[in-house]
Write a protein that binds this ligand. Structure first.
Ligand SMILES: [Zn+2]
Ligand SMILES: [Zn+2]
Length: 285
């Protein structure tokens, strides 16, 4: 079901593939086989340009595939933020250890006393990790931008950025290419009783919205202030902002395949075309 959106679409140079759809912590096991247990990682292809959003555990399998497909690997990696579930796959991303490959790592959520490099160095240091970032053999450049900046990492690719409501900050991305647009908005919490104006502005009229749907509306009252949203809020936001397809993402680690099937059915009944993100799912915005 979840691959249908891509296979029904005409061949396009603008594609997106999910490598990790889970939030908070990886959750492998028999109950998560179909939707997947890896944490946040989305690969976006814009013509020859390869963009990766987040380096959760899902990025490991992407790295292995890229190495099999042929070196050098050349890509831009954009972090939504630096919570562990969004960066902990980076030390297991094989292209980072390939001297022929070139990686550009970007973040826009950090306070002035931190940099993209200092965050990665901090993660890859004792007593948390056995080898330092200096063991990366790829040509890695670490870059920062100001949230709100417009980035142009490759010809014809425009990435708009905007702030999300999340502890320690996070960045939402809107990728525009060939007249189409896809928004990657995780992790974020909606304001009480309404929409976040900054998020509305970022996603308005987008063809696809991938959105933090960690909770259900029923679960949310026990998690106010935790920085996450609901799948029902995803649909309300999509309606309010005139979005085309909504994609439910950043699944709670305890959400089983059966529970996600039920959410998929309810969401599609309420807003036809809505998808629940699954590992391996491909979309053509
Ligand atoms: Zn997260
Ligand atoms: Zn987070």
């Amino acid at each position: 079901m979840t691959d249908r959106a891509a296979s029904d679409s005409p061949v396009s140079a603008f594609t997106a593939r999910f490598w990790g759809v889970r939030g908070s912590i990886a959750s492998p096991g028999p109950d998560t086989v179909r939707y997947g247990g890896n944490t946040s990682c989305l690969e976006v292809r814009c013509g020859a340009a390869r963009l990766v959003f987040d380096a959760g555990t899902g990025i490991r399998a992407l790295g292995a595939l890229l190495m099999r497909q042929g070196r050098p690997v050349d890509l831009d990696l954009f972090l939504t933020h630096s919570h562990f579930d969004h960066i902990c796959g980076l030390p297991f991303f094989a292209p980072a250890f390939d001297p022929e490959s070139r990686l550009r790592l970007w973040s826009g959520h950090l306070p002035p006393d931190h940099t993209t490099r200092s965050v990665v160095c901090g993660m890859m240091s004792a007593p948390f990790y056995p080898i330092p970032v200096d063991t990366f053999r790829a040509d890695c450049t670490f870059r920062e931008f100001a949230c709100g900046d417009v980035l142009r990492p490759a010809p014809g690719v425009c990435i708009r950025t905007g702030p999300l409501n999340h502890p320690n900050g996070a960045v939402g991305y809107r990728i525009e290419y060939a007249g189409r647009s896809l928004c990657f908005v995780t992790d974020t919490e909606h304001p009480a009783g309404g929409r976040d104006p900054a998020v509305i502005e970022l996603v308005r009229g987008a063809d696809v919205l991938v959105y933090d749907s960690t909770y259900t509306d029923e679960e949310y009252p026990c998690h106010v202030g935790w920085g996450h949203s609901t799948w029902q809020e995803c649909l309300r936001l999509a309606d309010a902002a005139g979005v085309g397809r909504a994609v439910i993402f950043h699944h709670d680690p305890s959400r089983s395949d059966a529970a996600l099937d039920a959410i998929a059915a309810a969401a599609a009944a309420q807003r036809p075309g809505t998808l629940v993100a699954a590992e391996g799912m491909e979309l053509v915005p």
